[in-house]
Ligand binder design. Structure first.
Ligand code: HEM
Length: 416
C-alpha cells in the first residue's frame, strides 16, 4: 500500500503523461492507476476533471442537471484574444445554437423525439440491404489486390457513404463529408486549440451549413424518404424543428456518426486479428459477431472521453467540482473498471453480461447505435465470407495522436 506522499508523486507523474503520444498509444495502465489513486482527478493539462470510475461516469450521464451538454463546444475559443475571437464569430454562433447533442431538457426532449423518427428500428433495418451493397462494392474494389488499407478503403469509406444514403445525396459527396468531419473533429477535446485549427473548423462548418441549407430548401419543396425530409416534416401534433436545429443536428450526425463507426470497424478488426483464437471462433460461428462487436466497443471504446459542463459547485469523492468547469467522462477507463467487469484487460468475445457504456447512457444515449451495430455486423460477416485468410501486416497499431477524444487508428494495412 502506498502512502499519501507516494500517491501524490505518482499522480503528479501521471498528470505529466496525459498529453503525450505514449499515453495515446497505451492509455490503459495509466488510467487503471488513476482510477485507483485519484478517480476524480483535476487535470491541468487537459483542462478539466477526469472521471475514471464506471459508477461515477454512469451517475454523471444520468445527472444532466449538474453535468450539462449545453454550450460545451462554444467555449473552444474563449481563451483567445478578443480580435481572434471576432474572427471566429460564425463558429461560436453555431455552437451556441441548440442541437440534439448540445442541449439539455426540456429542449433536448423535444429535439430527440423529433430526430428519433428518422432513426427508428424500421428505418435502420431498411438500410441493411443498402449497407450490404456498399460493403460489397468496397470489397469488390480491393478483392483482387489481396491487400487493403482498412481504415481508408473500408472503415472510413463505409459510414460516409451510408450518411450520403441517409441524406439521399450521391455517394460521391461522401468524400467531401469526410474532409469536413476531419476538420470539425480536429479541435474537439484539444485543450486550447490554436486559432488555425479553429479557423479550419469554422470554414468546414460554414461549408456544411451551406450544404445542409441547400438540402433543407430542396426537401421542403420536394420531400422524399430521406433523413432531411423526415427532419423537416411536421408531426401530427404540429411539432417541428427550426432550420438552425436541423443544421446543428446534421453537423452532429456528420461528426458523431463517422469517425466512431470507423473506430468500431478498425479497432474491432485489429483486436480480433491480434487474438487469433477469438478470430477463429468468430469465423467458425458468425453468430458470435454480435457479442464480438460489444466486446470490441468495451475493450477499445471509440469515444474515449466525453465532456460535460458542471453547472453548480458539487462534491464528488471528496473533490469540489466548481460551476463552469469541465468534467470528462472517461469511457475507455470506465469500460475497464474491475468493479464492473471481471478481468477487464482480457478481450473475451463471449463476455456476459457486457454492460459497457461505449454509446453513453441516459437521455443522450447514442441515437446511431443500431445503425453502427448494423454496419459492424454487415462488415464482419462480409470479411469472414470473402476474406477468410485476412492477416495484419503489422502487429503494432498506429493510434491517431491528433484526436484527443477518440480512440481511432490512422491506418490498418492487411493482406488476405
Ligand atoms: C451520442 C458513441 C455511432 C449519432 C453518442 C454518445 C456516445 C456515442 C458516447 C453520447 C454522447 C453524450 O452523452 O454526450 C458512438 C459510438 C458509435 C456511434 C461508439 C459507433 C460505434 C453513431 C452514428 C450516428 C451517431 C452512426 C449517426 C449517424 C449520435 C447522435 C448522438 C450520439 C446524434 C447524440 C444523441 C443525443 O444527444 O440525444 N454517440 N456513436 N452515433 N450519437 Fe453516437
Amino acid at each position: 500500500m502506498l502512502d499519501g506522499t507516494h500517491d501524490a508523486t505518482e499522480i503528479e507523474a501521471i498528470e505529466g503523461t496525459l498529453r503525450t503520444d505514449a499515453f495515446v498509444h497505451d492509455p490503459y495502465a495509466t488510467l487503471d492507476r488513476l482510477r485507483e489513486l485519484d478517480p476524480v482527478h483535476w487535470s491541468e493539462s487537459i483542462g478539466g476533471w477526469l472521471l475514471t470510475r464506471y459508477d461515477d461516469v454512469l451517475a454523471t450521464f444520468k445527472n444532466t442537471a449538474d453535468f450539462s451538454n449545453e454550450g460545451r463546444l462554444g467555449r473552444a475559443s474563449e481563451y483567445l484574444p478578443a480580435e481572434a475571437r471576432g474572427r471566429l464569430a460564425a463558429f461560436e454562433a453555431h455552437y451556441r445554437t441548440k442541437g440534439l447533442l448540445h442541449s439539455d431538457p426540456p429542449d433536448h426532449t423535444r429535439l430527440r423525439r423529433l430526430v428519433l423518427r428518422a432513426f427508428s428500428p424500421r428505418v435502420i433495418e431498411s438500410m441493411r440491404p443498402r449497407i450490404q451493397r456498399i460493403v460489397d462494392d468496397l470489397l469488390d474494389k480491393v478483392q483482387a489486390d489481396g491487400r487493403m488499407e482498412v481504415i481508408d478503403e473500408l472503415a472510413s469509406a463505409l459510414p460516409v457513404t451510408v450518411l450520403a444514403e441517409l441524406l439521399g445525396v450521391p455517394a460521391s459527396h461522401g468524400q467531401q463529408f469526410r474532409a469536413w468531419a476531419d476538420d470539425l473533429l480536429a479541435f474537439q477535446g484539444v485543450n486550447r486549440p490554436d486559432e488555425t485549427v479553429l479557423l479550419a473548423a469554422q470554414q468546414a462548418l460554414l461549408a456544411v451549413r451551406a450544404y445542409l441549407t441547400g438540402l433543407i430548401e430542396d426537401r421542403r419543396r420536394a420531400p422524399g424518404e430521406d433523413l432531411i425530409s423526415m427532419l423537416t416534416a411536421t408531426t401530427d401534433d404540429g411539432e417541428s424543428l427550426t432550420d438552425d436545429e436541423i443544421i446543428n443536428t446534421g453537423v452532429t450526425l456528420l461528426t458523431a456518426g463517422h469517425e466512431t463507426t470507423t473506430s468500431l470497424i478498425g479497432n474491432g478488426l485489429f483486436t480480433l486479428l491480434s487474438h487469433p483464437d477469438q478470430w477463429h471462433a468468430v469465423r467458425a460461428d458468425p453468430a458470435l459477431i454480435k457479442p464480438f462487436l460489444e466486446e470490441a466497443l468495451r475493450y477499445e471504446s471509440p469515444v474515449s472521453r466525453q465532456p460535460r459542463i458542471v453547472t453548480r459547485d458539487i462534491e464528488l469523492r471528496g473533490r469540489t467540482l466548481r460551476a463552469g468547469q469541465l468534467a470528462f467522462q472517461m469511457l475507455g477507463a470506465a469500460n475497464r473498471d474491475p468493479s464492473r467487469f471481471s478481468e477487464p484487460a482480457t478481450f473475451d468475445i463471449t463476455r456476459s453480461p457486457n454492460r459497457h457504456i461505449a454509446f453513453g447512457q441516459g437521455i443522450h444515449f447514442c441515437i446511431g447505435a443500431p445503425l453502427s451495430r448494423t454496419e459492424g455486423e454487415v462488415v464482419f460477416a462480409a470479411i469472414i465470407e470473402r476474406l477468410p485468410r485476412i492477416r495484419l501486416v503489422s502487429a503494432e497499431p498506429t493510434w491517431d495522436v491528433r484526436k484527443a477524444n477518440s480512440r481511432v487508428l490512422c491506418s490498418l494495412p492487411v493482406t488476405f
